[in-house]
Ligand binder design. Structure first.
Ligand SMILES: [Zn+2]
Length: 471
């Protein structure tokens, strides 16, 4: 009974619910409001089971009536439950997630502040009119302290960058922080591991420069290159070990870099082909494409029978959206056309694996395509029989080409005859009829590591030529 009351209270705009809202929830959300002594028994009964009842209330998106933070519009739990006390996401967007101490947010935030000149350096303090002696704490011969001095142009900073840029390639002397980062980030990566290293090393170096500066200025540590190099190394190594645990990572920077540059992704080749549907079924091949993600989205659909004969094609632009939305819309117009034309036994093939899971409810779709997906599921329920399966893009060539073709078309187009289609799509349809196989090369996440060169340890300050005053 209390469950139903809570449901009515949250979902109905009755006089009774408005009264309770006005009396008890003027300044806080009903989910948060606690029962206090002296408040009515009816309100107490309402709040007793609200947590359990709330799990079964799902909110319809786009209605404009839900609370972004407190209502369960995600389907899993309210957004507020997925954050910790300070309002920060419990799983922040990290450069990588599995490292302890959640350092990367600090790294990125520190660099972001440095790039926007928002760090409390001496030159900034001076700019506020405060009489301050600007004198860096990093170098042996102190100079004026500024962002560029601490992070890139100072004597101390240059030595550190040189240690890491030497093998990586970019010449970093006399560059501002911004130019230096651009140089690192514009370097061409040979593989995913190399890219990770090129992307994150400058961030880690900057973070450790800042730590060194703060330690020397506000703590009781002296500026030390050996310590900074060790700290940078201690940050890079766990990052690589967490991201690529299958590789034996060597203990020093030069070997790490050479290894990362030379690892190879394993490429597998698979034979794939379009297979005609069973008797009584039509096969609907769909594909959606987005010029950018999100961007202008287009859908292509081709319908063929169990003799591999062409029945119909549709191409349609759908405004702007994500790639997922393009794929969902493509499937929707395909199934919709079949139902309208009396084909109720459908074998739907899409090249987005996750869409198959979304249609079968085995996975939760992103909130922004939930409405479109509900429409597709509703159409699926109208079919006598529907099978939704994944196919590789190489076995879905006509639909793929159709979705790209419609980038030039202003509106939805139907093609009832193969002769109306461009020659390359006609050719792909004929190849499918002849069961001509294609070969799919996939570069998977697995990598083969090379043998690292044996090199000196980064901790051996003498052998890498750190000036004695900084050791
Ligand atoms: Zn300095």
């Amino acid at each position: 009974m209390e469950f139903k009351q809570w449901w009515n209270f949250r979902t109905n705009q009755s006089l009774w619910s408005r009264f309770f809202l006005a009396k008890y929830c003027q300044r806080s959300h009903p989910i948060l409001k606690k029962w206090d002594t002296g408040q009515s028994q009816a309100w107490k009964n309402l709040t007793v089971n609200r947590k359990e009842a709330g799990q079964y209330i799902h909110w319809r998106l786009h209605s404009g009536e839900i609370s972004f933070r407190w209502d369960n519009w995600l389907g899993t739990s309210p957004l507020a439950n997925q954050t910790n006390g300070g309002g920060k996401p419990a799983t922040p967007l990290l450069l990588y997630e599995n490292l302890e101490h959640k350092k990367p947010v600090k790294w990125s935030f520190c660099l972001w502040r440095a790039l926007r000149n928002k760090l409390p350096t001496d030159d900034r303090v001076v700019s506020f009119g405060q009489p301050t002696v600007t004198r860096c704490v990093c170098c042996v011969r102190p100079q004026g302290e500024s962002i560029d001095h601490i992070f890139s142009k100072g004597h101390f900073a240059r030595i550190v960058w040189k240690k890491f840029s030497g093998i990586a390639g970019p010449h970093t002397d006399d560059l501002s922080l911004r130019q230096l980062l651009i140089k690192w980030w514009l370097m061409k990566a040979n593989n995913a591991v190399h890219k990770l290293l090129l992307d994150t090393t400058p961030v880690i170096i900057c973070w450790n420069h800042w730590k060194n500066k703060c330690g020397a200025k506000y703590g009781n540590m002296s500026s030390s290159i050996t310590r900074v190099l060790f700290a940078i190394h201690s940050d890079i190594l766990p990052l690589l070990k967490t991201s690529y645990p299958q590789i034996q990572w060597p203990p020093n920077w030069i070997d790490i870099y050479i290894l990362a540059e030379n690892v190879k992704h394993i490429t597998t080749t698979t034979q794939v082909e379009w297979v005609k549907p069973e008797a009584q079924f039509v096969k609907v091949n769909c594909d959606g494409s987005a010029l950018t993600n999100p961007g202008k989205i287009i859908a292509g659909v081709i319908v063929r029978d169990h003799h591999s004969q062409f029945i119909h094609t549709i191409t349609s632009p759908f405004g702007t959206g994500t790639n997922n939305l393009a794929e969902t819309n493509a499937a929707t117009i395909g199934v919709n056309w079949c139902i309208e034309n009396g084909f109720t036994r459908i074998h739907l093939e899409v090249d987005l694996t996750i869409l198959v899971h979304w249609v079968s409810n085995s996975s939760k779709p992103p909130w922004n395509i939930q409405m479109q997906l509900q429409q597709l599921q509703h159409l699926c329920q109208q079919c006598e029989e529907i099978r939704c399966a994944h196919t590789f893009r190489k076995a879905n060539c006509p639909a793929d080409s159709l979705s790209k073709l419609s980038h030039d078309l202003p509106r939805l187009n139907h093609f009832n005859s193969m002769l109306d289609l461009p020659s390359h799509i006609r050719c792909q349809i004929i190849l499918d009829q002849m069961c001509t196989p294609s070969f799919r090369n996939s570069r998977n996440a697995n990598i083969i590591g090379g043998n690292p060169m044996c090199g000196i340890s980064i901790f051996d300050a003498h052998s890498i030529g750190i000036p004695p005053m900084y050791q």
